[in-house]
Design a protein around this ligand. Structure first.
Ligand SMILES: *[C@@H]1O[C@H](CO)[C@@H](O)[C@H](O)[C@H]1NC(C)=O
Ligand SMILES: *[C@@H]1O[C@H](CO)[C@@H](O)[C@H](O)[C@H]1NC(C)=O
Ligand SMILES: *[C@@H]1O[C@H](CO)[C@@H](O)[C@H](O)[C@H]1NC(C)=O
Ligand SMILES: *[C@@H]1O[C@H](CO)[C@@H](O)[C@H](O)[C@H]1NC(C)=O
Length: 472
């Protein structure tokens, strides 16, 4: 198990368990081409999105696949399954005994997160499937991958030099974000019926309505906003509020201010973490940040933590290269240029230069104020703070696009890379902290002019970003 998770023993054979079977989809090459076309401003299909039903018609597993998997599950007595519209993911409830019979090798243990990360049931051993299913099942979910522990931390506040000028702020608040990224009080949602934004909370880490209200009372005076989320999908529990869930909702709703916001809640995401293996040190890329279909946001801090200044790399910013996904074509030029022109790269055995490189953009990740369990908490830091801020700004861009009769942005990366940094403040100073050993001397990748795997293309300058993304 990853650091922070401890086994408290095997789970009893009659206890119930939920596993997800990923069934082999069809027409993936066609789907890939469609994704490329609807995301490419140069294509006549740009913004002409498929409905979920159209996607289902394209990728739905074959009837042979559906019936083979169903027969196999029924033979083991597994009947309580739920599917999705695309029918490619089947989630089934079963006993531990049934699961261990279906998947020879698997052995289910209960793990607890040491840092209040909840409880999960996982198998420390590999599992197998009958050969007859090889052509029909891609993988089974719920055995190996552990949920990401929150990367947020409260750092000690920097020392304040009282001799400095009076134009100081005491940490990052919505007003500071809006000032830095050039948002005026008019840059808010105007009520477009088809615009909405969403974030997700995991591991019994909930946000509280009362915290959001308190946060907006304290920090929302200078811009129109909503005081509550429009809809919670899934279960919103009654436990203590989680810091990460609180931050996501509070900053999504103050960057993407006055836009209808949904929260997806699921009672059960880190940069190029360091991984010490038998072959020495390697950067361990993270999922979903390393997916080529996700816009990944790196972290920055102010050069002077008490002033709205230019941004530099926050040393905790994640970034690197995927070992799974090859480099997508949209970033080919940017990544080749970075690798070809950098003078201080980490040793090449530490990363896979052929993989998808990330992040794509960045935003502040240091020194946030968050209200959690009725208490305003200062100096909260972590790259997970950057994401809701960048996401909220894209919701504001979508609002303007919808008002102008344009489709929403959809998958941003092909367009983002073709803009070559237009609409963004380039971050050019600082390195992220990586595997600490003599060889790399505590340094991971470093930012430089243009794209880099620390801050991507940079942080948003809203009016310029809007201009670059409004048409077509
Ligand atoms: C945005 O902010 C930057 C830095 O604070 C400033 O130089 C610039 O003039 C502002 N406005 C626009 C439209 O870029
Ligand atoms: C905020 O959104 C509401 C609709 O949800 C809309 O009626 C109102 O005009 C918006 N406020 C501003 C300042 O645009
Ligand atoms: C909202 O979306 C629906 C479905 O695509 C469309 O029929 C409707 O015209 C849209 N409304 C506005 C105001 O754009
Ligand atoms: C490097 O990345 C590629 C995908 O781009 C992958 O196929 C390959 O297995 C990776 N190599 C290692 C050593 O992980």
């Amino acid at each position: 198990p990853p650091p922070g998770w401890v086994s408290i023993g095997r789970v009893g054979p009659t206890e119930s368990l939920s596993l997800t079977f990923a069934l082999r989809q069809q027409n993936l090459q066609q789907l890939q081409k469609l994704v490329q076309d609807v995301s490419d401003p140069g294509s006549p299909r740009y913004g002409k999105y498929l409905s979920l039903e159209d996607v289902a018609a394209l990728v739905r597993p074959s009837t042979l696949t559906l019936s083979t998997v169903q027969k196999w599950l029924l033979a083991a007595g597994v009947q309580d399954c739920q599917t999705v519209i695309t029918e490619d993911f089947l989630t089934c409830q079963m006993t531990v005994q049934q699961a261990e019979q279906l998947l020879p090798g698997a052995e289910f243990h209960r793990y607890v997160g040491r840092l209040g990360g909840g409880r999960v049931v996982r198998s420390p051993r590999p599992y197998s499937l009958p050969g007859a299913l090889a052509a029909h099942v891609d993988f089974v979910g719920g055995l190996h991958r552990f949920p990401r522990a929150s990367s947020l931390q409260q750092r000690p506040g920097p020392k304040l030099d009282l001799e400095e000028s009076l134009s100081l702020h005491m940490g990052v608040t919505p007003a500071v974000i809006r000032e830095r990224y050039n948002l005026t009080a008019q840059d808010v949602g105007s009520g477009s019926p088809n615009n909405s934004q969403a974030c997700a909370q995991f591991l019994e880490q909930y946000f509280h309505d009362a915290d959001l209200e308190e946060f907006m009372k304290l920090f929302g005076k200078s811009f129109p906003h909503k005081n509550s989320v429009s809809r919670v999908v899934g279960q919103q529990g009654h436990g203590r509020a989680g810091l990460e869930a609180s931050l996501d909702v509070q900053y999504l709703m103050s960057a993407g201010a006055n836009i209808s916001t949904w929260v997806y809640s699921s009672p059960g995401d880190s940069g190029a973490g360091c991984f010490s293996g038998p072959k020495g040190h390697l950067f361990r890329p993270s999922f979903p940040a390393s997916s080529p279909y996700v816009t990944t946001v790196g972290g920055t801090s102010f050069r002077n933590p008490f002033m709205v200044t230019e941004e530099i790399v926050d040393y905790i910013s994640g970034g690197g290269f995927s070992n799974i996904f090859p480099r997508p074509q949209y970033q080919d030029e940017a990544v080749s240029h970075f690798l070809g022109s950098s003078t201080h790269l980490p040793p090449s055995s530490y990363y896979n230069a052929s993989g998808r490189a990330y992040p794509d953009v960045a935003a502040l990740s240091d020194g946030y104020w968050v209200v959690s369990n009725h208490v305003p908490i200062p100096w909260v830091s972590g790259t997970s703070a950057s994401t809701p801020v960048f996401g909220g700004l894209l919701s504001l861009v979508n609002e303007q696009r919808l008002l102008n009769g344009r489709p929403p942005l959809g998958f941003l990366n092909p367009r983002l890379y073709s803009m070559q940094g237009r609409g963004l403040f380039d971050v050019t100073q600082g390195c992220h902290e990586a595997c600490l050993d003599e060889e790399v001397q505590g340094q991971g990748f470093c930012s430089k002019p243009g794209w880099d795997p620390v801050t991507g293309w940079g942080t948003p300058n809203y009016p310029a970003l809007l201009k670059a993304l409004l048409d077509p």
